[in-house]
Structure formats: structure tokens, C-alpha cells
Design a protein around this ligand. Structure first.
Ligand SMILES: [Zn+2]
Length: 53
């Protein structure tokens, strides 16, 4: 199951642990895909299949 996390209210949602912007301190998490504000880097990683969940 994919877990989406963000480090603050202003942060984008990340789900790849190897994303360089993956938050150290998790402000919020959800297992439902957020409707907006998804991290571009995570998207790219998923597309390239280099995403580590
Ligand atoms: Zn990310």
C-alpha cells in the first residue's frame, strides 16, 4: 500500500522514500491518493520505476 506523506502544510505529497525532498519529519500521512499537490520528483520516479515505497 502506498503511503503519501508531507512535511508541512505547504509541502507537496511524497510517496517515494528515495525522493530527495521526502520529509524527515512527517507532518501528515494518508493512504488515499491526494487530489493535488503531488511531488514532481516522486511522479518522475514512479514513471521511471525507480520509486522506493
Ligand atoms: Zn517527492
Amino acid at each position: 500500500m502506498v503511503e503519501y506523506v508531507r512535511g508541512s502544510q505547504m509541502d507537496k505529497w511524497h510517496w517515494c522514500k528515495n525522493c530527495t525532498q521526502y520529509p524527515l519529519y512527517i507532518y501528515q500521512k494518508t493512504t488515499k491518493e491526494p487530489p493535488s499537490n503531488l511531488c514532481e520528483q516522486c511522479k518522475t520516479k514512479e514513471y521511471n520505476r525507480t520509486c522506493k515505497c
